[in-house]
Ligand binder design. Structure first.
Ligand SMILES: [Cu+2]
Length: 146
């Protein structure tokens, strides 16, 4: 290959890898904030500002849930769970009645956090394997990068 061709190819490769990096930054072409491995959330902890939305995506092949630990919710905060259940009990019940509320590969779940504080959540089928996560909601204005 001649030198010009080589440089063009190298440039395209550099641009592609740079794009991959930017894809992981919140707000820069971000498709989701939290992915899912076979038995963990990735990353397990995310920090957002009040009023921001968190997007989960099942990036793995096993079914998972995103289910809030009701007892961990800050006062006045809304319960959240895949499947739209209104309580942790209802979500657990629905899962045991035929894996209702499951997020399959490529499915997304979003929740907007309106009350500051720490929110712990888990995946029902993999809770015993330690599949838990936390959303920290800070009482501040979102920065431009978010
Ligand atoms: Cu899971």
């Amino acid at each position: 290959m001649d030198r010009r061709r080589y440089l063009a190819a190298a440039g395209a490769a550099a641009a592609a890898s740079l794009g991959g990096c930017l894809g992981l930054t919140r707000g820069e072409n971000t498709e989701f904030d939290v992915g899912m491995r076979p038995s963990s959330f990735d990353p397990p902890t995310v920090t957002v500002a009040v009023g921001e939305e968190v997007v989960w995506e099942n990036t793995g092949t096993r079914d998972h849930t995103v289910t809030a630990y009701e007892a961990s919710l800050p006062d006045g905060a809304e319960f959240f769970a895949t499947g739209g259940y209104e309580s942790e009990d209802a979500a657990r019940q629905a899962w045991s009645n035929g894996t209702q509320g499951a997020l399959s590969n490529g499915d997304q779940f979003t929740h907007t956090f309106e009350i500051p504080g720490e929110y712990d959540y888990f995946c029902i089928p993999h809770e015993s394997g330690g599949m838990v996560g936390r959303v920290i909601v800070e009482d501040r204005t979102p920065t431009a990068s978010e």
